[in-house]
Write a protein that binds this ligand. Structure first.
Ligand code: ADP
Length: 678
């Protein structure tokens, strides 16, 4: 096939087509939309061999990777169709947002492409879809299948185009009501900044970006399982998966033996034509990717030690890159994600286990993490401490299954919610309240020399960590105690007070249901899969309109019950009342610094504080736009602006998701003997 990249007029036409199709699609009953998605799933299965062939020719995917690719796309279609029917957003007063811009990468040209598109469609939005330039043909073929299945014209407007051209033209376009992106961390941050500068900011961005994925192997691990999982996780798909293993930490006592076994397994790998079933590893995507990997090899040759390099076929011009195993002295030598089949080994001493986990967190990335150990306590400790979105215990760390291991990272690795998880669709619907607010926006007051302007979040950060460790029961009972004292406030309008308190108490009950135990997810026998919710840390809460006091209280309690700390910023008028509230909270047993209030002038500094985990702003706040803009000037992770007024969505947004997948059949032998005291 051949492609021609879209020009400005074509890009405009795509946005116009998706916009024109929106009203009709949004009004289509959910069962009808879901049936179209399921029809497409069936069509993909019917055209499976053809699609695998295109993935192989266009993206260099091996046949097994092609099989998994089609299967994942099918899973996404059926999963989001079912979740949208179940959620019944319309009945809850939530509607689609409008046109969603979906920007997808080449490494899962069908699965990620259709994952984004199907979620947006299931929620009732229409889509401008921008697949990666390298894999436009498979997207074009998918669109033909969609037409054959009866999707109305314009519901998905496909743009075969250069990323930058589409970004520059459509991201500022007010018709685009949300952006879904999977790709590099750099482009993700660029998109966040562009969206923040729009007059109608905040515009939701769901970004899935890179990782620096590590696996820790201690001396109790079963070496055969480790080798199998390292080779799969590091080299399958030529390491071109966001989830792929990049850094392998081996306890020094077993390192030599395990390295020797990995090298043995690497000798068996066949790099070559991905169309041949005998091939394990195909080419990398293009010359640019190859040059990037070769640059990294030069860097490693100077800073590390080559342990093994696979053979590649001797052909003319090609983009094969030989899988390599390198030893490096420490993780900090790796400054960025290297997207290819290179596994870096770092040795560690048993006593340094916790330090290794801390180093992994310090990278700022948080996508996948693996641990191999037959000591359950070590596995659970790592699963708990490592701030990654997907944790894999005694198994490989790639190939997340839709609905079983919801996928996505935190920090520099993405914004959440997780793809193929229960919260994904909720980002794609709206109460419509933000839109009402576009006029009458205010700037944030400048810090200047006003009191409170030099606050930092350091104390609040420590308080959040201690509070989260106290456990749910204690947090809930402290908050209930506070609410009891709040109910006795004399000066309030009793009716309003009762209404607020009932809503907040309901929220606490919902939080208990949600947080008491991780949600266990369906999966095959021998595998345990669960979805955990963890606090974001320090959250800012903007208090700028006394008509919203009840909703502010709801926001504060929702954040606190999940284990976050709250630093509120109040206008002069609201300051005294909320300071009194802090005193009431502290007398009810809430720790100091967990909930505090500063004047609004401190916003300037606090919004840029490195410890910040997110900001809660009322959907109708006149400072919403200014906060969105300020937040986007930060370096590093894209932080959430939590502006939703629906309480359950609000609670979910104060939390981050973590999928934990355990191979429960892997702990060969009686591992409990190893943890006995004598
Ligand atoms: P990779 O390095 O994996 O190709 P990119 O982030 O460059 O990652 O690309 C992922 C997707 O983002 C592709 O579809 C690409 O065309 C698109 N893209 C790249 N730059 C921009 C941009 N400035 N605006 C919008 N989309 C972009």
């Amino acid at each position: 096939g051949t492609i021609a990249l879209a020009d400005a007029a074509t890009i405009e036409a795509a946005a116009a087509a998706a916009q024109a199709a929106f009203a009709g699609w949004a009004a289509t009953p959910i069962t009808e939309r879901a049936n179209l998605l399921r029809g497409l799933a069936t069509a993909l299965e019917q055209h499976r061999d053809e699609l695998i062939a295109i993935c192989c020719k266009e993206a260099g995917k091996t046949i097994p990777d092609g099989v998994a690719e089609v299967r994942e796309a099918v899973d996404f279609l059926r999963y989001y169709a079912a979740r949208a029917e179940e959620a019944d957003f319309a009945a809850r007063g939530l509607g689609p947002r409008g046109v969603v811009l979906c920007i997808s990468p080449w490494n899962f040209p069908l699965a990620i492409f259709l994952g984004q598109v199907s979620a947006a469609l299931a929620a009732g939005n229409t889509v401008v879809a921008k697949p990666a330039e390298q894999t436009s043909l498979v997207a074009l073929r998918t669109l033909e299948l969609m037409r054959d299945c009866g999707f109305p014209p314009g519901v998905v407007a496909l743009l075969v185009a250069e990323g930058k051209a589409v970004g520059e033209q459509l991201v500022p376009d007010p018709r685009i009501k949300a952006v879904m992106f999977t790709g590099s961390t750099g482009v993700g941050s660029w998109l966040a900044r562009q969206l923040a500068s729009r007059p109608d900011a905040p515009v939701p961005l769901v970004a899935e970006t890179g990782g620096q994925n590590c696996m820790v192997v201690d001396s109790t691990a079963l070496p055969e399982q480790v080798v199998r999982d390292v080779v799969n996780s590091g080299f399958q798909s030529a390491g071109q998966r966001c989830s792929a293993l990049r850094v392998l930490f081996l306890q020094e006592d077993i390192a030599d033996k395990v390295i020797e076994m990995i090298i043995g397994a690497m000798r068996e790998l066949r790099v070559g034509d991905p169309a041949l079933l005998s091939t394990d590893i195909g080419p990398v995507i293009d010359q640019k990717a190859l040059r990037g990997l070769e640059d990294h090899v030069r860097y490693l040759d100077a800073t590390g030690r080559l342990l093994h390099r696979c053979d590649i076929p001797e052909t003319g011009e090609h983009t094969f890159f030989a899988p390599r195993l390198y030893e490096i002295s420490n993780l900090s030598l790796l400054e960025r994600e290297v997207f290819g089949p290179i596994v870096h080994v770092v040795r560690y001493r048993a006593e340094a286990f916790d330090e290794v986990l801390a180093q992994i967190n310090q990278t700022g990335f948080g996508l996948t993490f693996g641990i191999h150990s037959r000591i359950e306590e070590a596995c659970m400790r790592a699963a708990d401490r490592v701030q990654a979105g997907n944790i894999y215990v005694n198994r490989n760390m790639i190939g997340a299954i839709v609905g079983v291991q919801p996928f996505g990272g935190r920090g520099l690795s993405g914004t959440g919610p997780k793809a193929g998880g229960p919260q994904y669709l909720s980002r794609l619907v709206t109460t419509g309240e933000e839109a009402e607010n576009a006029a009458g926006q205010r700037e944030l007051p400048a810090a200047g020399s006003r009191p409170g302007a030099n606050q930092t979040l350091a104390a609040s950060n420590t308080a959040a960590r201690l509070w989260a460790r106290r456990g749910l029961n204690e947090r809930v009972s402290t908050l209930r105690q506070f609410l009891a004292s709040y109910a006795r406030r004399p000066e309030e309008d009793q009716l309003v007070l009762e209404h607020t308190l009932t809503a907040v108490r309901d929220q606490l009950r919902y939080a208990v249901d949600l947080l008491t135990a991780p949600k266990s997810l369906p999966g095959p026998t021998g595998e345990s899969n669960s979805l955990h919710l963890e606090p974001r840390g320090c959250l800012l809460l903007l208090l700028d309109d006394d008509r919203h006091n009840g909703e502010y209280l709801m926001a504060a309690v929702s954040a606190l019950v999940g284990g976050n700390s709250v630093t509120a910023l109040a206008t002069e008028e609201l300051l005294p009342e909320w300071r009194a509230l802090v005193t009431a909270m502290v007398s009810a047993g809430l720790p100091d610094s967990l909930f505090c209030v500063h004047p609004l002038a401190a916003a300037d500094g606090l919004l840029l504080d490195p410890a910040l985990g997110g900001v809660m702003v009322h959907a109708r706040s006149r400072h919403l736009h200014a906060v969105a803009q300020k937040l986007a000037t930060r370096e590093g992770p894209i932080l959430p602006l939590i502006s939703c007024v629906a309480p359950t969505t609000l609670l979910h947004q104060t939390l981050v998701e973590k999928s934990v997948s355990i191979d429960t059949t892997a702990a060969g032998g009686n591992a409990s003997l190893m943890t006995m005291a004598n």
